[in-house]
Each structure stands twice: as structure tokens, then as C-alpha cells.
Design a binder for this molecule. Structure first.
Ligand code: ADP
Length: 565
């Protein structure tokens, strides 16, 4: 109920009361008027009767009869040639009122109200003496006497009515306040929560004020909800942009947070994973054991690695403790990082040292062997000595070549700055082929060239290394009388180097670019010299310039390397 409604109701109530009072007053007034008139009439009748059979002129004899007329004034009036004369007046006012209108023939027997000689309104009623119509008996009474009862009624009635109306309004207002109080208290609380000062609503209990406040609170809350949603979106965006998988598990093992990377790693969408037991992730026993331990002991766990789908992930389990969030009172947050590359790099580095030592040890052992044999005089003939020197030089060259390749890789890995310039590849290839001519002839290899002008902006030495390694391999791993085709497609941005050699089995294709990796698959290869670093160098150079190197091979038939610049 609004305040306006209450006021309206009180006004209606007061109006009804007023109407009732006025009608009561009117009725009372009319009744009291009638009673007064009746009294006057009866007084005059009595007066008439008293004069019955008497001479009005000797009315004085009966005057004592009217002594007790009280508030009524009784006059005996006679009509004379000059007008009217008061013969007798209960108040001894013999001269006054003699010309009064109530004595006019048309007014006789009627109630007439006029100003009296006393100066205030009187009600007059005159009748003829039946015996002698020249005599009048007139009864009058002051109008105030006639209306005093009504006036009193009006005064006291109004007073009672005012008290009644006032009480009603006070009662209604209190009742209204009492009914509105709980609502007001709630709104005060909401206002407080929405960040308004505690006296924001003021003293007013008006519902419209409260409604306004509710409006304000609701728009404030709307704003806060929008802000919260924005914050949530922001947090989600941050979580989803993480390169690590992040998930949170509640005390009872339910997944309560699952970012985009977690979806990628574990193969479940956020919707599929949320509220499910974390065991569905099938991340292995180690993972479950660590999470379980963290949930139980409520302590951060240690880093550990897990293997999934051939990749290595480092996991970090942290205890969550949000006492105000039921499911996170004893939860766990899990950060999962793909460390496959890092772990591989560590392995590659370890392998590299092992391999490098091994690869260097082989020629060194051979060199030492020949030198010892010379030193110990085991080689006696000039041919034997000659052979020992030749082999020593060969092994030393191999070592030099290997060390040079290792230095190249190290230089490429460290990102050492090189001089980039315009390099025309077809001319470069022709120069490499010229240098390798003896080797080509020795292996009876024919060359098929489809050369076109092909420009790149790079270090000449780097591009030379790519093609000298590819062509060298195409010669080394070719069959006798085999063929090498080199084709350039500057428009499409690629160059192919194909051979009709021994080919590479499928299972080795992904590994030939690793350092020191050599396919050990045939007797022929055992006789082929190499460091196992050539393709690793090519891979590094391609990475440096953003090129791509691809290989296609059919075992026993030949291999094609495609360089995309
Ligand atoms: P290597 O010094 O042994 O030639 P590379 O890194 O150049 O080292 O090559 C790695 C391995 O890849 C080689 O040992 C060989 O087994 C294989 N390979 C490379 N090129 C060819 C090719 N054209 N045909 C067949 N096998 C090849």
C-alpha cells in the first residue's frame, strides 16, 4: 500500500464521516427547528386560550400567567388607526416592534425571522385573537436561542469528528509504517550491499521512496553483475590464453575449472570435463596419486612428469584453500606444461656429447693406431708406411670435417649474425656441381638440370651448405650409373634435388634430420663416409630463414628433397 493510497483512504473516510455528520446535523437542525416552531405555536395557542372570553385590553390581569414565559417573549398587540400598539409585552418593550411585518395580514400564522429592536435576529409568530381580530398575540424568541442547540451540536460534533478523523489517520499511518518496516529494512540492507551509505533511505517510510531505492539498487546490482560477468570473461580469457593446461579439482575430486589448453591436452571439452571426476582424464597413476595426496594432505605437491600420447608433460599440483567456496575448501589446482621439446633438447644435448665423443674417437683411434704401428716399426715396407700416412690424413680430414660441422651447428644454434646478400641459386648450384665433378664421374652419375634464375636474400655460405650437402648425399647414396635431377621453381618458391639411389625407409624419415643420425641399413652405407650432421645443418639453416625442407623417399628407388624458400 502506498502512502498516497493511505491518504486517499483517510480522505474518503473523513469525507464519509463529514457527510454523515452533516446529514445528522441537518436532521437535528430541522428537528430542533420544528420543535422550536412547535413550541412557539403552542405558547401562542395557550396565550390565545388565556384570552378566550377576556377583554384583550384588560390583558394585564392575565399577565402573571406569562411571567414564566422564559426565553419566549409574548406581546399582545392591537391594531390602531396609526398602526400597531403593544398593549402588553412580557419584556415590557411596549413601543418597539409595533410595525412588524409578522403582523401583516399575509404573515399572520407564519414564522418570520427579522432583526428585533434589540438588534439581533428573532423568530416571530403572531396570531389574531379569535374573539377580537384587531388584537394579536405574538410570540418571539431570539434566533440564537433557536439555533444554540444546533450550534452546540455542530461544535461538539465537529470536535468529535476531528478527533475521530485524526485518530483514524494516526492509526492508519502507524499501521502502514509497521507493515512497511520489514521491507524498508531489507531495502536498507540491499542499499548497504550496493555500496550506499547506511542512511541513504532517510527517515521516510514512503513506499515510493523505497521503490525508487529498489530501482537504484537493482540498477546498481545490474551494473555489478555485468562487471562480475566481464571479470569472469576476462579471467576465462586469461586462463584460455595460457600456454599451459590449468585445471582445478574440488575436494571430492570433481573438475571445477578447465581451460582451453587442458581441453587440447586431455581431449575433453570444458563442458565435458566440468563436474566430472578427474580420473576421466586418464593421465596415469602417477598423476592420480599426486592429486590424491594433495587433496588429502592439503599441501602443494612436487613437480613431476607424465607421458601422454607420446609427449612429455610437467605437472605441478597446488593445494587450494578458499574457505568461502564450498567445493574449494580443500581443492587442488593443477598446472600441466608440455615439456616434450625441452626434454628432447636435453636428451639431444646429452646424446650430442655422447655421439660427438664417439664419432671423434673413431678416427682418432685409427690415427693413433697407424701412428703407433709406425712408431713401433711394425710397418716396414714403403707401401705400408705410405698407406698408414694416407689413412692418417683421411681420418684426420674426417675429424676436421666433423669438427667443422659441429662448429657450424653450434654457430647456427647460437644465432651468430651472418652477412645476408642477394644469392642467385642456379649459379651457386652449377659451381657446386663443378667442384663435385670428380666425385660425380667416379660414381658414374648423370645429372639432369632444370635450372632457372632463383634469388634469395641470405648468407651465401648457408645456401651453399644446403645444396652441397643435398648434392653430396645424392651422390653418396646413389646407385652406380644413377641419376641426380635438380629442378627449380622460382614462381612457386621451391627447389627439388632428387636421386635414383638407395632410398630411405619410412621409419627413418622423421629421424634423418637429427644430429649424428645415420641410417644403418645396407652394406653400401657402411662404406659411405659421413658425419650424420649434414641434414641437421640444413634443418638449422632452414629454421634460421623460415624455409622448409621436406623429404620423400621410396626405399630402393630414390629420394627427393624439397626446399621451400
Ligand atoms: P651423412 O653425413 O651421414 O650423410 P646426413 O645428415 O647428411 O649425414 O644424412 C643423414 C642420413 O640420412 C644419412 O646417413 C643417410 O642414411 C640418410 N640420407 C641422407 N640423404 C640421403 C639420400 N639422398 N638417399 C638416401 N639416404 C640419405
Amino acid at each position: 500500500m502506498t502512502k498516497r493510497k493511505i491518504i486517499l483512504e483517510a480522505v474518503i473516510f473523513c469525507l464519509v464521516l463529514l457527510v454523515l455528520f452533516l446529514s445528522a446535523f441537518l436532521t437535528f437542525f430541522l428537528v430542533s427547528e420544528n420543535v422550536l416552531e412547535e413550541n412557539i405555536r403552542s405558547v401562542s395557542n395557550v396565550a390565545e386560550k388565556v384570552f378566550d372570553g377576556n377583554d384583550p385590553s384588560t390583558g394585564e390581569k392575565t399577565v402573571s400567567y406569562f411571567d414564566d414565559a422564559g426565553e419566549y417573549r409574548i406581546s399582545i398587540i392591537t391594531k390602531t388607526a396609526d398602526g400597531y400598539q403593544i398593549l402588553y409585552d412580557s419584556e415590557d418593550m411596549l413601543q418597539s416592534d409595533a410595525m412588524a411585518e409578522e403582523l401583516q395580514p399575509e404573515n399572520v400564522g407564519k414564522f418570520i425571522t427579522r432583526k428585533s429592536s434589540y438588534g439581533y435576529n428573532m423568530v416571530y409568530y403572531a396570531v389574531h385573537d379569535k374573539e377580537n381580530p384587531t388584537y394579536f398575540i405574538r410570540v418571539s424568541v431570539s434566533e440564537s436561542a433557536a439555533t444554540s442547540v444546533s450550534r452546540n451540536f455542530l461544535i461538539y460534533g465537529s470536535l468529535v469528528m476531528a478527533i475521530l478523523m485524526g485518530s483514524y489517520i494516526v492509526f492508519k499511518y502507524r499501521d502502514y509504517n509497521r507493515s512497511v518496516k520489514p521491507l524498508r529494512d531489507q531495502v536498507e540492507r540491499l542499499l548497504y550491499l550496493a555500496g550506499y551509505p547506511s542512511d541513504r533511505l532517510g527517515e521516510g517510510e514512503d513506499l515510493s521512496l523505497i521503490a525508487d531505492a529498489i530501482d537504484e539498487v537493482s540498477s546498481e546490482l545490474d551494473k555489478k553483475i555485468t562487471d562480475l560477468q566481464n571479470e569472469k570473461e576476462k579471467t576465462k580469457m586469461i586462463l584460455d590464453s595460457m600456454s599451459q593446461a590449468f585445471l582445478a579439482v574440488s575436494g571430492n575430486g570433481q573438475i571445477v575449472l578447465f581451460n582451453r589448453k587442458a581441453s587440447e591436452m586431455f581431449g575433453y571439452s570444458e563442458k565435458e570435463a566440468l563436474r566430472k571426476d578427474y580420473h576421466i582424464l586418464s593421465a596415469g597413476e602417477d598423476f592420480s596419486a599426486h592429486v590424491e595426496k594433495c587433496l588429502k594432505e592439503r599441501k602443494d605437491g612436487r613437480h613431476f612428469d607424465i607421458q601422454m600420447k607420446g609427449r612429455t608433460y610437467q605437472c605441478n599440483v597446488m593445494a587450494l584453500n578458499f574457505p568461502w567456496i564450498d567445493h574449494l575448501k580443500s581443492g587442488a589446482a593443477i598446472l600441466v606444461m608440455d615439456v616434450t621439446e625441452e626434454r628432447n633438447l636435453v636428451k639431444i644435448k646429452t646424446d650430442f656429447f655422447a655421439n660427438a665423443s664417439h664419432e671423434l674417437k673413431t678416427p682418432l683411434t685409427a690415427i693413433l693406431g697407424y701412428q703407433e704401428m709406425l712408431d713401433n716399426g711394425l710397418l716396414t715396407t714403403p707401401e705400408e708406411k705410405q698407406e698408414a700416412v694416407r689413412m692418417t690424413i683421411k681420418e684426420a680430414k674426417k675429424m676436421r670435417e666433423m669438427l667443422s660441422d659441429m662448429l657450424t651447428i653450434s654457430r647456427l644454434e647460437n644465432g651468430t649474425q651472418t652477412q645476408a646478400s642477394d644469392v642467385e641459386i642456379s649459379a651457386l648450384i652449377q659451381s657446386i656441381l663443378e667442384d663435385m665433378q670428380p666425385k660425380i664421374l667416379e660414381n658414374h652419375i648423370s645429372i639432369d638440370l632444370k635450372l632457372e634464375e632463383y634469388h634469395v636474400h641470405a648468407d651465401r655460405g648457408d645456401i651453399e651448405k644446403i645444396f652441397s650437402n643435398l648434392i653430396d648425399n645424392a651422390i653418396k647414396y646413389n646407385k652406380p650409373n644413377g641419376m641426380i635431377s635438380i629442378e627449380m621453381n622460382p614462381r612457386d618458391g621451391y627447389i627439388t634435388v632428387s636421386d635414383t639411389g638407395i632410398g630411405i625407409k619410412e621409419e627413418h624419415l622423421s629421424r634423418i634430420f637429427e644430429r649424428f643420425y645415420r641410417v644403418d641399413n645396407s652394406k653400401t652405407l657402411k662404406n659411405v663416409e659421413g658425419t650424420g650432421l649434414g641434414l641437421a645443418i640444413i634443418k638449422h639453416i632452414c629454421q634460421k630463414y623460415g624455409y622448409r625442407i621436406e623429404v620423400r623417399s621410396t626405399f630402393g628407388q630414390g629420394t627427393t628433397f624439397i626446399l621451400r624458400t
